[in-house]
Design a protein around this ligand. Structure first.
Ligand SMILES: C[C@@](O)(CCO)CC(=O)[O-]
Length: 315
């Protein structure tokens, strides 16, 4: 066992494939490597305690809102025979919670990495993703794994559930403005709402899900060929399908309209929706700044700009 260790992860942005990925369609997601969650685990004399923005105290008293985290920690303590090992776990995060940036998966990835290091066990990527799914299943009900895969990745990824997770050829140069609508997005509820629609209106819903999948394939071509304007149109089409699935919101719709009116090439919600964040693709730094200012004036509570650049693929 180590004295003090750190586990880290980052925020994620889904470019294409939100919701449709739950039904097996491909998704493209980008890590925001400067927006981090950090878990520090320190050996102590007695007790097992946790300090986070929601809770500060003994792990045994963690409330049901954090049931996914409780399940993850107890599973790992059993796995490592560490039920009696005293430690303190401090969780800090730059990510807004419940905004579609993958905060719950980011916390689970950072906890898993910290606990494997603390108990001095090697951790493979497959084991990391399988472990994070334990917490995510409780928090989100039916996670596709995209949040965990991206918040533990340093490069943009292409994911088809149970089939492929790979680095996506990324030759696009541009700017992605991300804006928080200020409204909590409940991914679990949004996923459940789409599942209900899938049962009550199977034909329409399947068509929307398949269209979203086709848009992911088209976007992959745009990223490989640096076709920014076409990608903007694809984001707009994806937003139309997501709104059709019932996961947009008036606040997101407003920010998306403002971004387009101020020069964005395309815009859509990102993540679970029903609140949370939207993204806008911009061709230049000046355009990204103008869109960002317009979004703040329109009520966005936080904004980030991510510079998109050619990613080297490993040799
Ligand atoms: C809405 C969703 O597609 C993305 C949440 O960030 C759910 C999932 O993939 O688990």
């Amino acid at each position: 066992m180590k004295k003090s260790v750190i586990g880290k992860s980052n925020a994620k942005i889904i470019l294409l494939g939100d919701h449709s990925v739950v039904y097996g369609q491909p998704a493209i997601a980008l890590p925001l490597t400067s927006v981090n969650t950090t878990v520090t685990m320190t050996a102590t004399a007695a007790g097992q305690t946790i300090a986070s923005r929601y809770f500060d105290g003994p792990i045994a008293q963690l409330n049901s809102q954090l049931a996914g985290v409780v399940k993850l920690i107890t599973t790992l303590l059993e796995r490592f025979d560490g039920q009696q090992t005293p430690f303190h776990m401090a969780i800090t995060s730059d990510l807004p919670a419940e905004r579609g940036m993958g905060s719950s998966a980011a916390v689970d990835v950072a906890i898993t990495r910290a606990m494997y290091r603390f108990f001095d066990r090697p951790l493979t990527r497959d084991e990391l993703l399988e472990t994070v799914a334990i917490g995510e299943k409780i928090t989100h009900g039916n996670p596709s794994g995209i949040d965990a895969a991206t918040s533990s990745s340093a490069v943009p990824i292409w994911l088809i559930p149970h089939e492929t997770i790979s680095q996506i050829p990324f030759h696009l140069t541009g700017y992605l403005v991300i804006a928080d609508s200020g409204i909590k997005g409940q991914t679990g509820q949004a996923v459940a709402a789409v599942a209900r629609r899938h049962t009550t209106q199977p034909d329409t819903t399947n068509r929307q899900i398949e269209t979203l999948g086709q848009l992911s394939y088209a976007a992959r071509d745009c990223l490989a060929a640096n076709e920014m304007t076409r990608l903007g149109g694809i984001l707009d089409s994806a937003q139309e399908q997501l709104a059709g699935l019932g996961v947009s919101s008036p606040e997101l719709d407003h920010l998306i309209t403002v971004a387009r009116a101020n020069g964005a090439l395309g815009a859509k919600l990102t993540g679970g929706g029903m609140g949370g964040c939207m993204i806008a693709l911009c061709a230049t730094a000046a355009s990204a700044t103008a869109v960002q200012h317009a979004l703040v004036a329109a009520g966005a509570t936080a904004t980030w700009t991510e510079v998109l650049h050619h990613e080297e693929e490993p040799a």
